[in-house]
Design a protein around this ligand. Structure first.
Ligand SMILES: [Zn+2]
Length: 348
């Protein structure tokens, strides 16, 4: 059956644009592919193919390749020849690695589907897929993602559901075009502050993780849909922490607070002098803002949680009545004068 379809395709020669050999129990790719240089779409899903044949390098016009549900063990090196490829489906294989160089030629790839494989890590080379818009790696065993993934400036949708991720890199903030982020069923404990920089993000799904609290500024995201069920989110109830009532600061903290207050008032002398002290500028760049007095400081007096209502424009899961945000207070006096929605986080 497969042979008959292939013979027909071969008659077409250069004019054959599409070949579909879906579910034909094929154990290898047909090497006769090299006689079809005009091929644009090659669909070989649901077969028993363990390897890609070298002849694939002659398909210089191929835009879509579907090798889903086969027996591949790696993202094949031969992919590097497919410089015109836009869509690559490799779901449902046994892929546990990228062959060296596999990403080198895929500079036009827009969609990559690696769902249901056995990947535990991704190579830094994924950053070479410069045009990639849709990346889907659901149902794998990824323990981390490389920061280089965040250099894919065109990425609009990232699906990492059902993996073993414990965190996502701070560089996530670089994905300026990201609109949809799916992180369902991982082991993520905290989201980096930089997630608040994703101005285009509209759908965020973090269901089934270990998140208790969100970074401050999270409530300003312009989300349309936000799903957070199955997380041990802080609930609004007084959390009493043991704390010291007297404020004893290091000399460094006192000095830096003084400098930061002066800078906030645009003290010209200090602004000028600071140009000569990069290490002080570096310190100051890590400043936090007190949730009560809104003044800057470096060493928090107490870590707190503030509960805010989710924005009305968000479609949310039912478990989320109030969004718990990580905030800080700068001193005992501010903590005493905190609002009704602010609580200290008890240290276990
Ligand atoms: Zn304060």
């Amino acid at each position: 059956m497969a042979e008959r379809l292939l013979i027909k395709a071969l008659h077409g020669g250069k004019n054959t644009k599409i070949i579909t050999l879906n579910g034909k129990k094929m154990k290898k790719m047909p090497s006769t592919l090299e006689r079809l240089p005009g091929l644009k779409i090659l669909d070989l899903q649901n077969n028993l193919i363990p390897k890609v044949c070298p002849e694939i390098s002659s398909l210089t016009q191929l835009t879509a390749l579907n090798l889903g549900n086969n027996l591949l063990e790696e993202v094949p090196e031969e992919m590097k020849y497919l410089t015109t490829l836009k869509k690559l489906h490799l779901f449902g294989n046994k892929i546990c690695r990228f062959a060296p160089g596999a990403c080198d030629g895929l500079q036009n790839l827009i969609l990559l589907n690696l769902n249901k494989n056995q990947l535990t890590w991704l190579p830094q080379e994924v950053s070479r897929l410069k045009r990639l818009k849709y990346l889907s790696i659901n149902h794998n065993q990824l323990a981390s993602i490389p920061r280089e993934l965040c250099f894919l400036g065109n990425l609009s949708e990232l699906q990492l559901n059902y993996n073993n991720l414990i965190c996502i890199p701070r560089e996530i903030g670089l994905l300026k075009k990201l609109q949809k982020l799916f992180l369902v069923r991982n082991d993520i404990e905290t989201l980096p502050e930089e997630i608040c920089e994703l101005k285009k993000l509209r759908i965020l799904d973090i269901a089934g993780n270990l998140i208790q609290i969100f970074p401050s500024g999270f409530q300003n995201l312009k989300l349309r849909e936000f799903y957070s069920e199955g997380n041990p989110l802080f609930l609004k109830q007084p959390i009493i922490a043991a704390y010291k009532e007297d404020d004893v600061w290091s000399l460094q903290e006192i000095t830096l607070r003084f400098i930061m207050h002066q800078l906030a008032e645009e003290n010209p002398l200090l602004m000028h002098v600071l140009e000569w002290y990069p290490e002080v500028r570096n310190k100051i760049s890590q400043e936090k803002i007190c949730a009560v007095c809104e003044k800057p400081f470096l060493t928090p007096w107490l870590e707190c949680v503030e509960f805010v209502p989710p924005p009305k424009s968000w479609k949310i899961s039912r478990n989320l009545q109030l969004v718990p945000l990580r905030t800080f207070t700068c001193c005992h006096k501010c903590f005493i004068h905190r609002g009704r929605n602010l609580f200290a986080i008890a240290q276990a």
